[in-house]
Design a protein. Structure first.
Length: 320
């Protein structure tokens, strides 16, 4: 057994110093046989079943096979085991292995040594400018990993260069059930819609979203719209109309001599004190408010009742 086999080489310098045995060489950069560079289990948040990721790996495989220049990987060496792990360049590594599998002769892959700790390694995945950007689900999982390493939401936001609101949403998505993740991966539910659903329905979000997807497909859509999850609110124009119709009624109430003493009490007012008190209001103002409220109620009914909404949409099509 050689000295190299007996002793763990826990640095790139040591690996390169025993180049004859390890195959690791140092020039301006380090290089190592492709099969010596490993992926750390559970580290990378790429979805390798994604068509975009598969296409990117294929693109790298063709580039390696054609002898094109491919940027070096970013790697670290485990000081305990001497294993070389890729930190940035997982798709490039897989592309090289795919090219080798197809017959390409690639003796070594260049890489730059990574300097940093476990938190820095996670941040590199997000900040890397090469290749495809991570999906929202991938970013969410990294945010959760960072939180579990003790970083606050504010610290995660600073490291990933996003708002604390964004990180809060990422953490909601990362901790959602697997059925929600499956819907997001299928792109039938947008990440933002999934986050809203989890906040609203909790553990029932997956079932609720699945039901909404069935309704959406019945209406000829292929995704769950944000409006299906968010609580309904009148359109801006209708809200303004309702507000304008409330104003004269409020003015009449606020100027009523009999009510003024009660209004001064504000939140301290006991509703029982108003028993038997009568107020005269302008009928036209009241009617305006009622009609505007009815308009808003009809719109909400249409929103909340998919069958009625689909029927209305069908009727509209037949008129054209």
């Amino acid at each position: 057994m050689s000295n190299v086999e007996q002793k763990v080489l826990g640095s790139f310098k040591a690996l390169a110093a025993h180049s004859a045995e390890t195959g690791v060489k140092k020039g301006d950069k380090f290089s190592a046989p492709p099969d010596l560079i490993q992926e750390e289990p559970g580290f990378n948040e790429r979805d390798y079943d994604s068509p975009e990721v598969i296409a990117q790996i294929e693109s790298f495989a063709k580039a390696y096979a054609a002898g094109e220049v491919v940027p070096p990987l970013l790697c670290r060496v485990d000081p305990i085991t001497g294993t070389i792990y890729v930190v940035d360049g997982h798709q490039r590594r897989r592309g090289a292995l795919l090219a080798i599998e197809r017959g390409a002769e690639i003796k070594a892959l260049e890489f730059v040594p990574f300097r940093g700790n476990d938190v820095d390694r996670l941040v590199v995945q997000v900040r890397s400018s090469r290749g495809l950007k991570l999906t929202t689900l991938g970013l969410s999982n990294i945010s959760l990993k960072l939180e579990r390493k003790g970083l606050s939401i504010a610290e995660i936001a600073e490291r990933l260069d996003v708002s604390t609101t964004t990180i809060d949403g990422y953490l909601v998505l990362a901790t959602a059930d697997s059925d929600v993740h499956a819907l997001v991966k299928s792109e039938e539910v947008a990440p933002s819609v999934a986050i809203e659903a989890v906040r609203k329905y909790g553990s029932q979000a997956g079932a609720k979203l699945a039901g909404m997807l069935v309704e959406a497909k019945a209406a000829g859509k292929n995704k769950v719209k944000a409006s299906a999850v968010k609580d309904w609110a009148p359109p801006r124009k209708v809200s303004q109309t309702i507000y304008r119709s409330i104003t004269p009624i409020y003015d009449a109430l606020a100027s009523d001599d009999g009510l003024k003493k009660f209004l001064k009490k504000g939140a301290d007012l006991d509703p029982s004190e108003l028993e038997g008190v009568t107020i005269t209001l302008d009928a036209a103002s009241v009617l305006s408010l009622v009609l505007n409220y009815q308009t808003a109620s009809a719109m909400q009914e249409k929103h909340d009742n998919p069958k009625a909404r689909n029927k209305a949409a069908g009727a509209k099509k037949s008129e054209k």
